[in-house]
Design a protein around this ligand. Structure first.
Ligand code: FMN
Length: 209
């Protein structure tokens, strides 16, 4: 299976070589992220694709100066919605109505279900929930990048509040939760370039009942 082979090939790259990922490959990775599943299909996150070297450098300063940030081709910032609103729900309902040619009235039970989910959660629970959805999109992006033979480093090692300030996320109702650096491994400087992959054995990881 090609996906397994490519998941063997990929690793969380520590040093990249600054080479640009071609637009069509980037579009495929972003397309896969767009197609990622999310709870109720709500996609409660906004994704920033950062190419600008100065912005990358500002984020680098807030991310323990991890070199793959400035050496990446593109840095993806997954920002969870901190306070998804009924307006967001209605926008989503309108999208379904348009895409599937159904009436808004027929979607009312679904709308009310999502609205109730949002209303039953505290602010902390809401952002935990939206962040979880963003992580699923991250996983899809990691797998898609591997299939395109693009290196990708998922990253949590950053100061989220400081990064939010760099991108002005708080005032937009967003919270940065995880990053994905995309680019090409640097064969000369990456200490992990030929490290064997380490995973817990399947017998321990899976319980079949
Ligand atoms: C949510 C998440 C956060 C991570 N944060 C960082 C990070 O900040 N910096 C880094 O170099 N690697 C980071 N990693 C990479 C992991 O260390 C790496 O995936 C793990 O050691 C397994 O190795 P592999 O992905 O190379 O197979 C992160 C991975 C995930 C999934």
């Amino acid at each position: 299976m090609e996906l397994i082979e490519q998941l063997q090939w990929r690793y969380a790259t520590k040093r990249m070589n600054g080479e640009k990922v071609p637009k069509e490959k980037l579009e495929k990775i972003l397309g896969a992220i767009q197609l990622s599943p999310s709870s109720m299909g709500f996609q409660p996150y906004t994704i920033y694709v950062i190419e600008n070297p100065e912005t990358k450098n500002e984020i680098f300063q807030k991310a323990a100066k991890q070199p793959q940030i400035t050496e990446s081709s593109h840095l993806i910032v997954f920002a969870a919605w901190t306070n998804p609103s009924l307006e967001n729900v209605d926008t989503y309902m309108q999208l379904i109505a348009d895409e599937r040619s159904v009436t808004l009235e027929s979607l009312a039970p679904f709308r009310n279900k999502i609205a109730a989910e949002l209303q039953n959660k505290s602010s902390e629970e809401l952002v935990n929930w939206t962040a979880k959805q963003a992580y699923i999109a991250l996983g899809t992006g990691v797998a898609a990048a591997a299939l395109e033979k693009i290196d990708a480093t998922p990253m949590e090692g950053f100061d989220s509040n400081a990064l939010d300030e760099v991108l002005g996320l708080k005032q937009k109702g967003l919270k940065s939760v995880v990053l994905l650096a995309l680019g090409y491994r640097n064969l000369e400087t990456d200490p992990l370039v030929s490290a064997k992959k380490v995973r817990r054995p399947k017998e321990e990881l899976f319980v079949t009942i």
